[in-house]
Design a protein around this ligand. Structure first.
Ligand code: SF4
Ligand code: SF4
Ligand code: SF4
Length: 314
């Protein structure tokens, strides 16, 4: 990790490292499809706008040759293994391109019996970072453009994968903005925190993009859509909004992999990953549990140990 100041707009890494990962992904995807080892490779291809990327399910050698890795590859592709697995997996083994943060979601889904490790060929990428909100995708990745989660990343090199595409360049140490934001939140009184979240939730328009993009929101019928009986008011009013966010936070506690996709797609700029991180921190402090580091048969909130912390029972 490089120490020292880097100007806000200076490139964080040599863009050639993304090109090297791209070449390795294309070579591996082509080999897998040519040998018939997999029926498809879930990866990224160039998006319509300059510098952006979009998911691609490559089933031919031609489309495998269009796969890439760039700072625009923000999406967590593991989403495609939970929601559409019923269509994809019965056709045979698939390969998937994952960043380290996405791999945690894959481990979580294996732990929840959504798929088996042997059903997927995992192409991990050596990932220096991706663009964050508002970044100019036509410029190389820089300090002011990198996603906040990447500033605190501990999984640049995914472990336990079948292949690592690319090599990791030396990285600069960057200020941990998410940790600072969490510390500011924790310094508030309970009343101030409640006021903070009430204000944030009040902006929610219930578009449900956060749910649709989440690998762990795979219930065939979401409790929050049910109307007989109705558990949560579905219109974007304060009471229903608060209920929606609290229900979702509890449903994802101990499961959320911290990919921050929900926050990235939220059109109302609600700091959803701040809530996710707070829940994750509480679970770590209470139970020493960190979601998705290893596939686990039972999540922390669905299992019981005699020595579990009981201090929350008053
Ligand atoms: S959090 Fe880490 S693995 Fe994920 S995109 Fe950022 S740098 Fe890559
Ligand atoms: S994406 Fe944002 S606005 Fe849409 S439902 Fe989720 S929190 Fe609300
Ligand atoms: S809740 Fe958000 S951060 Fe957590 S796994 Fe789902 S999309 Fe990713």
């Amino acid at each position: 990790m490089k120490q020292g100041q880097l100007s806000e707009s200076a490139p964080l890494v040599d863009p050639a490292c993304y090109a090297a990962a791209t070449a390795a992904i294309r070579a591996e995807a082509t080999r897998l499809l040519e040998t018939g080892e997999v029926t498809a490779v879930i990866g990224y291809r160039a998006g319509r706008r300059a510098g952006s990327a979009m998911p691609e399910v490559a089933a031919t050698v031609e489309t495998a040759g269009q796969l890439l890795f760039s700072p625009g590859c923000q999406h967590n592709l593991v989403l495609f293994l939970s929601k559409s697995k019923r269509d994809v997996l019965p056709k045979g083994k698939v390969a998937i391109v994952v960043k380290g943060c996405d791999l945690r979601a894959l481990a979580g889904l294996i732990g929840e019996s959504q798929l088996k490790r042997e059903e997927v060929h995992v192409i991990g990428v050596a990932c220096p970072g991706v663009y964050g909100a508002g970044a100019d995708h036509t410029r190389p990745l820089s300090t002011d453009g990198v996603a906040r989660k990447c500033r605190e990343c501990k999984v640049h090199l995914p472990e336990g994968v079948d292949l690592i595409a690319g090599t990791l360049p030396e990285l600069h140490e960057l200020p941990a903005l998410e940790a600072q934001e969490l510390a500011r939140l924790e310094a508030l009184t309970p009343q101030e925190r409640w006021a903070f979240w009430t204000e944030q939730f009040s902006r929610c328009i219930r578009c449900l993009a956060c749910r649709q993009v989440c690998p762990f929101c795979f219930c065939t019928q979401c409790l929050c859509d049910r109307n007989r009986p109705q558990a949560v008011d579905t219109s974007p009013r304060p009471a229903g909004n608060t209920a929606w966010h609290l229900v979702r936070a509890m449903h994802l506690a101990g499961r959320c992999s911290g990919c921050a996709e929900c926050e990235r797609v939220c059109p109302m700029d609600i700091p959803l990953n701040l809530l996710n991180r707070k829940m994750a921190k509480e679970l770590f402090e209470l139970y020493g549990f960190e979601a998705g580091m290893q596939p686990q048969e039972q999540g922390v909130l669905t299992s019981y140990r005699d020595d579990d912390d009981q201090s929350f029972i008053k």
